[in-house]
Design a protein around this ligand. Structure first.
Ligand code: NI
Length: 171
């Protein structure tokens, strides 16, 4: 396993759509291992391919680890197949360090994906960090980051702040 470099905003790779994985082979399994190690080391609750500069539809998630034992969820080619309701959740992102903003999301989502054996499965959640994280990570695969979900003015302000910090070498 190896730690990967986490891409930070406004890197272009965060704005691009990831491509579907055609086959869950050893290369994908190694990518998942490295992404999980990188996520736990950060630490964070989720990481999408774009965030390590790999434009493939791969997500690792663990919303339990911070307060308990590891419970890694691997999503390959995830898609939201059901969604309803609304909630507001304060979110952060490893690619947008220092940003914590309230984002409007669906309250309940059902996601279909492939597991590491290449078999389809479904996962759903409602009104909790998992429901939000699923949407946040799938957004990454579509080239969308959390500040894209904010008002135009707020996004513009945070964009300037992040670009300035990056340029000054603060991160
Ligand atoms: Ni993120």
């Amino acid at each position: 396993m190896a730690l990967l470099e986490i891409v930070t905003y406004p890197d272009e790779r965060l704005k691009k759509a990831a491509q579907p994985v055609e086959r869950v082979d050893d290369e994908i399994k190694k990518l998942v291992d490295d992404m999980a190690e990188t996520m736990y080391a950060a630490p964070g609750v989720g990481l999408a391919g774009n965030q390590v500069g790999v434009l493939k539809k791969v997500v690792v998630l663990d919303v339990d680890y911070p307060d308990g034992k590891p419970n890694l969820i691997v999503l390959i080619n995830p898609e939201i197949v059901e969604k309803e309701g609304a909630l507001t959740w304060e979110e952060g992102c490893l690619s947008l360090p220092g940003i914590n903003e309230e984002v409007q999301r669906y309250a309940k989502v059902k996601v279909r994906a492939l597991n590491l054996d290449g078999e389809p499965f479904e996962i759903q959640s409602e009104g909790d960090v998992l429901a939000v994280a699923l949407q946040h990570e799938i957004d990454h695969l579509d080239g969308v980051v959390l500040i894209d979900r904010l008002s135009f003015l707020k996004k513009r302000m945070l964009h300037k702040q992040l670009v300035k910090e990056k340029a000054s070498g603060a991160r």
